[in-house]
Design a protein. Structure first.
Length: 120
């Protein structure tokens, strides 16, 4: 059960390929049921050293297929700089808006690194 961003980070970090965390930017979602229990972890995209393409349609198609009630978004910065970029802020707003239409709550967006995390 997810009760904090720290616990979400621990779950994500323990499932992340640590050989890639500083080499390839990746975007994952934690899928949650109504009780905030994790029902799945899915990689949405994997990109290059500095970016990955995140398609909200892919995120919500997975969420709907899993009957998820909530999501936690997560991606890594290969530089280990955990400050969100303008693009990070924009995509988070777009996904949160879409989630409201579908009654799928976006609880958080984490930027993950070996040394910690940033919670939106």
């Amino acid at each position: 059960m997810i009760r904090s961003s720290k616990y979400a980070y621990e779950i994500l970090f323990n499932n992340w390929d640590l050989n890639r965390i500083e080499m390839t930017e990746q975007f994952f979602i934690l899928l949650l049921n109504r009780a905030n229990h994790v029902i799945g972890i899915t990689e949405i995209s994997s990109g290059g050293f500095a970016a990955t393409v995140v398609d909200p349609k892919v995120i919500f198609s997975v969420a709907i297929k899993c009957a998820a009630s909530g999501l936690i978004l997560a991606h890594n910065h290969t530089s280990s700089n955990m400050r969100p970029s303008d693009t990070d802020l924009s995509i988070t707003r777009r996904i949160a808006s879409a989630g409201k239409l579908l009654d799928i709550e976006i609880f958080d967006h984490l930027i993950v690194s070996r040394n910690g995390y940033y919670s939106f």
